[in-house]
Design a protein around this ligand. Structure first.
Ligand code: SAM
Length: 384
């Protein structure tokens, strides 16, 4: 099949809300000939990380709403990639949607799209689950219709791609007509990668999605402690890679620095999401990971010589705080390091942080980022 990526010149990509460059890494992983001609973000910490890894990219430290139409046109872009701020759409947030000031820059991009003489042929957008029911999404698809795009929406998580991490996200691919998708377009949101041509899945690792929802609540009740083998998205993750493949060697000192502190252990031990090196799942890492533990991402237990269930049973029966802490210390539970979180986000080994970026900042920018492998697969699909 003739691919749009077969064109002689590399595709010109503009990366809006570039953060640490998750979209850029996805483009690189896809091997589609493409160049990021401009990246834009307002956040100085994220930009320092981006610049450290991509020193030659035209990274603009600017508020998108300050960029006028001629500058948009001057990029002569083939692709707009973007992950706008997700707080206005999160399930636990206030759902400010179009009224939230953080949506303003995205609505501004939509307005620019309508006014561009030559809008880009391709658009790839990422956001949280929840975006699909928002008024902002309605504005987006109305703009795409008006500007002559066809589009396909998705809800996908890395654990459908063999990555042991849950990060269910909304994605939208749009192509300017007369370009068409290489797969059968659906009006409904696709919850799996589509088949291309005969019976070849667009992604070879999607087999785990075929066995979704086979976990039973009966199984869950058999685990008498927070240590659980079940994926929060209720997917069977047996086809995912092991967590051990994503772990880094640490010095004793680094390992100590990653251990859960007493105040977190004593207060939150019941709500920890604990995984082991042989687990094939982990929870979504958020920007508060590393200093909050409830719902911010999994922690790691790797003491093979300790019976975790026995320890948790004793902890749950103990009335004495120092006894509970002594017991919990035996488990040596630790946070995943920022580099390990980056690996679970499929950011390649070349991705590093500037030395000046603190651990808290590293978790924060990673929590805002995305899974580069999922986006790479979607990008290939977009330009196919
Ligand atoms: C969800 S994060 C995107 C993360 C990015 N995809 C990555 O891989 O790190 C949203 C980003 O948008 C940036 N941002 C928010 N409002 C902006 C604006 N008005 N202009 C430019 N950047 C903005 C934030 O600083 C944040 O880095």
């Amino acid at each position: 099949m003739q691919s749009e990526s077969d064109q002689t010149d590399p595709l010109r990509v503009v990366e809006f809300y570039s953060g640490v460059g998750g979209m850029h890494y996805a483009v690189l992983e896809s091997k589609v000939p493409a160049t990021v001609v401009a990246a834009l973000d307002i956040n100085t910490t994220a930009n320092a990380v981006y610049r450290h890894n991509f020193p030659h990219v035209n990274l603009l430290q600017r508020d998108i709403t300050g960029i006028k139409l001629p500058e948009f046109q001057s990029w002569n872009a083939d692709v707009f990639m973007m992950s706008p701020p997700c707080q206005p759409f999160t399930r636990v947030g206030l759902k400010g949607d179009t009224a939230d000031p953080r949506t303003k820059s995205f609505l501004y991009i939509l307005d620019i799209l309508r006014r561009m003489a030559e809008p880009p042929n391709h658009i790839l957008l990422e956001n949280v689950k929840g975006f699909e029911t928002s008024e902002t999404r309605s504005n987006l698809v109305a703009t795409l219709d008006e500007c002559g795009y066809c589009y396909q929406e998705f809800l996908l998580s890395p654990n459908q791609f063999g990555i042991p991490n849950s990060r269910l996200r909304y994605f939208l691919l749009a192509k300017r007509k007369p370009l068409t998708f290489a797969f059968e377009h659906q009006t409904d949101i696709m919850k799996e990668m589509p088949l291309i041509g005969s019976a070849t899945p667009a992604n070879q690792n999607t087999s785990s999605s075929e066995v979704v929802n086979q976990n039973t609540s009966q199984n869950k009740q058999e685990i008498p402690c927070p240590y659980s083998i079940f994926d929060p998205e209720d997917r069977d993750t047996t086809n995912c890679r092991e967590i051990s493949e994503f772990l880094e060697p640490h010095s004793k000192e680094e390992e100590e620095g990653l251990l859960l502190q007493d105040k977190l252990l004593d207060r939150y031990w019941k709500v920890l999401d604990i995984v082991t090196p042989s687990s094939r799942r982990s929870c979504c890492f958020t920007k508060a990971y590393g200093h909050y533990v409830e719902g911010t991402g999994s922690v790691l237990f790797s003491q093979t010589d300790v019976d975790a269930k026995d320890v948790f049973t004793k902890v749950s029966k103990s009335e004495d705080q120092s006894e509970r802490l002594d017991l919990l210390h035996q488990l040596k539970m630790r946070f995943f390091s920022p580099r390990e979180v980056a690996s679970l986000h499929c950011l390649p080994p070349e991705f590093t942080f500037p030395q000046a970026t603190t651990t808290k900042q590293r978790y924060r920018v990673l929590g805002n980022s995305l899974n580069a492998h999922v986006v790479a697969e979607l990008f290939k699909l977009l330009v196919r």
